[in-house]
Design a protein around this ligand. Sequence first.
Ligand code: GLY
Ligand code: MN
Ligand code: MN
Length: 431
Amino acid sequence: MTDSERQQHAHLDGLAQAYAEVLAAHDIDGVLLYSGRPAGHFGDDQHASFAAYGHFVHWTGQAQLAHSWLLVRPGEPPTLTLHAPADFWHLPARLPEEPWIERFRVEARESTEPPVLPSGRFAVLGDVTDDMARALVAEANPPGLLAALDELRVRKSDYEVSCLREANHRAMAGHRAAREAFEHGGAELDIQLAYLSGARQRESELPYPNIVGLNAHGGVLHYQHYDKAPPTARRSLLLDGGRRYRGYCADITRTWAGGDADPEFAPLIEGATALQRRLIAALAPGVDYVALHRRMHEGLAALLVEQQLVTASPEAVLASGLTRAFCPHGLGHLLGVQVHDVAGRVNAAGHPLPPPAEHPALRLTRELEAGMVVTMEPGFYFIPMLLEAHRHRPEVNWGRVERLADHGGIRIEDNVLVTADGPVNLTPQEP
Ligand code: GLY
Ligand code: MN
Ligand code: MN
C-alpha cells in the first residue's frame, strides 16, 4: 500500500468514528448521502455540468458521480449505491480500482430511485426531492445533524491535506501554461485552453469556472466570459484558476502585467503580493479571521497611500471606506471538497457568526484552528460603479486611477494550511 493509500484509510477510519459519534448524539441509526443529479435544460435532453454533494465526496472523493447514494451506519461498512445502468449511449460509471473501495459495499444498479433503507431512524442529506424523502421515510436535511457533519469538514485529515497540495501542484501547471499563452499574445479563450491543457482537467470538472480577465475584465470579480479575440493592448491578466484532485479543490489567483502595462501597475502587484505574504505569516491557531480581514484593509490603505493613489493618512483612508471600494470581497474562505467550503460562518457548536455589516462578503468569520485550509486572497480593483460613490473625494488621485482603470485589478491567492508550527503554503511559489 502506498503512503497516500494508508492516509486515505486513516481518513476513512476517522470519518467512520466521527460519524458514529455525531449519529449517536442525534439518536439516528444512519444517514443516507445523496450525490445529486445534474440540472436538465428545460424542454431539452441535455444537462448542465455537475458536482456531487460535498458530504458524499468527503467519503468517496468522487465529485462526478450522479444519482448515487452512500449509506453510513455505525458498525457497518458504508454502502455505495452506484448508478451504473447498462447503456450503449454512455460509458457506465465505474469506480477506480483502488484499495479504499474494499472498505465499501458497492451495489451497482439501473435505477435512479433511492435505495430501500433498513428499519430504524434515518436522515437523508443532499438535494433530495420531496418524493424521494417521502419514499425513504427519512428526515431530509435536519439542520442540527447537517451542522455537525459540516463541522467534520473544517479540520482536514493528513489525506485531505495531501490531496489539496496535489490539486495545487496541478493547478499551478495550468497557471504556468496560461501565463505563457498570455505572454504570446493569446486571447482570453487561448489562455483558458492553455490552462486546461496544462492542468489536464476538462472544464466541467473544475471546482469553479476559471476567471480569465485581460485588462479591464480583471476588475469584474467573477468575470465569466472568454473573449475569442486578443485585445489590441496587453496591459494585464488576472487568472483565478482551480483544479480538483480526488475531489479536493485548488483555488489560485495570479495577476501579471503585460507589455503594454502602465509602469505604475507592476509596483501595485508587488505591493499586493507583499501584503498577502504578511497576512499569510500571521495565520495561526487562535487568530480571528475577521481581525485578519481588517488587517488586509489596513494594508490596502497603506498601499493606496504609498502608491500615491490617495493623498491622506492610511488611517483616514481606512475611515473613509475607500479600501472597501477597491476591495469589496473577503480575505478568503475555507477550502476542501468545495471551493467555498462549509461552516465558515458558524462556530464549532454551529452558532452563526455573521460577517460584520461593513464586510458582508466575508465568508470566513471564525477563529482559526490547526488543520483548517484557507485561501488568502487580498485584492485591489478599479471597479467604476464602486469608485463612483467616492468621486467627490479630492484626496484621491483620479488621474492615476483613470490611467490604471484599464488594468482591471489585482488578486493574489494561495491556499494555506494552518498549523501550530506556522502556516504551510500548499500553493507552489513560482516567479
Ligand atoms: N475562485 C473563487 C474565489 O476565489 O473565491
Ligand atoms: Mn479564487
Ligand atoms: Mn478563493
